[in-house]
Design a protein around this ligand. Structure first.
Ligand code: HMG
Length: 386
């Protein structure tokens, strides 16, 4: 029995900051951000956008493509939660008007909970092959202004429908994991911005590539050559090169040509340079990029690596299905990315500084461009969505 992705839809904010403008404002050579990190633009959410609106918007388009299947399991993966108790999954369930007979949960482990949620959903559907599961991964990456992490912000959501008739990618839930309690990146409950030991986080990411791969290879019996393409979690786009070089060293393939490396990882790198880090959604943004930019990958096995600081990482894989081209949302995604408005650095800083009141008083969010849903405001400590 094959289980996997039946639909994959993305969303991001309607506003972007050009990293050349940010570099000039911060007195940095723009090449550091554009060439050194591989980033051109980063999505910046307006104050009436949050992970619920981004995630529900992506999910709307994923479900619409399948004519609204009955969803039995909804997993919402995020590290930008809007409530300490109520799951973003339940908010999204309401906005999407899904039937009440649905198990709704929010899951967290930094950027890796999107992959973790997907792996759980695969096994749920394997146990109940008539069921369909919806996994939403949505995040807003925030670091302090004028910190090294600032150019690696971003925002985005991916919605994945998992079924026993996967039209896009049949996935194997046998993953290799690497979990280790480290302090490379974290966000205490009282902070809106992450704290990070940047250089250390790169080292732990690369160690996790090696370790998760070893366990995946032992568990599945697969070798490097069994995989034609690779998608990685992308905190910034050049991370893919570093991660892939680590895998090449680990598997004894250091000698591969630049063209071959590009063929293996290049397909997944079209969206991240213009969206930025979308944390839990990042790996699936890369997978959508691969499926939407490579016309002939059907039958190929794609290696998927997710890294979540703190840390937990997973390496798993799937096989692209024949005819997948008919079901990708390339045109909608291209239109979304092209229609975004560029912010000045001061407009970006104003969005960044906007905060909802924390005393429960009634507050109406100023109206900006969003997708189908927006955060209307707060009343008596309750969030209201349009
Ligand atoms: P930094 O210290 O400002 O940058 O921070 P740098 O000095 O290392 O420079 C970056 C690259 O630009 C280097 O390239 C430079 O050589 C190059 P490399 O040597 O690595 O190939 N460079 C230039 N290139 C061209 N022209 C120039 C120029 N100047 C420099 N003029 C850092 C970089 C990524 C550490 C920082 O942005 C940061 O802390 N970001 C946040 C943390 C992060 O993204 N970590 C990644 C791994 S952890 C992860 O992925 C998990 C995460 O997504 C969170 C989660 O799980 O929830 C973050």
């Amino acid at each position: 029995m094959q289980i996997g992705l039946d639909a994959l839809a993305l969303d991001t904010s309607r506003y972007v900051l050009n990293l050349r403008d940010l570099a000039r404002a911060r007195g940095v050579d723009p090449n550091k951000y554009c060439k050194g990190l591989g980033q051109e633009l980063m999505s910046i959410p307006p104050p009436d956008e949050d992970v619920v609106t981004l995630g529900a918007n992506a999910a709307w388009h994923a479900l619409e493509a399948l004519d609204w299947p009955a969803i039995e399991l909804l997993i919402f993966a995020t590290e930008s939660a809007v409530d300490q108790s109520k799951a973003a999954a339940v908010y999204a369930h309401g906005l999407l008007d899904l039937p009440p007979d649905c198990l709704c949960l929010e899951v967290k482990q930094a950027c890796s909970s999107g992959a973790g949620g997907l792996l759980l959903a695969l096994d749920y559907v394997r146990a109940k092959p008539t069921a369909k599961a919806l996994v939403i991964a949505a995040d807003i990456a925030r670091y302090g202004l004028r910190t090294p992490g600032e150019p690696t912000q971003g925002a985005g959501a991916a919605a994945l429908v998992v079924s026993a008739q996967p039209r896009l990618v049949a996935l194997d839930s046998r993953a290799g994991f690497h979990s280790e309690c480290v302090m490379d990146f974290w966000r205490p409950n009282y902070r809106d911005e992450a704290l990070v030991d940047g250089k250390y986080s790169l080292k732990v990411y690369l160690k996790a590539v090696q370790s998760a791969w070893q366990r995946y290879a032992a568990r599945t019996g697969r070798g490097f050559e069994d995989h034609a393409r690779f998608c990685y979690h992308l905190p910034f786009t050049r991370m893919a090169e570093k991660a892939h070089q680590q895998l090449l060293r680990e598997t004894g393939h250091e000698g591969l040509s630049a063209a071959e490396v590009q063929r293996q990882i290049g397909g997944g790198l079209h969206y991240n340079p213009v969206i930025g880090n979308s944390y839990t959604a990042s790996l699936f943004v890369a997978l959508a990029s691969l499926l939407e930019h490579e016309q002939a990958v059907s039958g190929e096995r794609v290696g998927l690596f997710s890294y979540g600081s703190g840390c937990m990482a997973a390496f798993f894989s799937g096989v692209v299905q024949p005819g997948y081209q008919r079901y990708v949302q390339a045109q909608r995604h291209a239109a979304l990315l092209e229609s975004r408005q560029e912010l000045t650095v001061s407009a970006y800083e104003a969005f960044y500084a906007a905060h909802l009141p924390v005393d429960g008083r009634t507050y109406h969010c100023p109206r900006h461009e969003t997708g189908l849903f927006r955060l209307a405001g707060i009343e008596q400590h309750q969030r209201h969505y349009d």
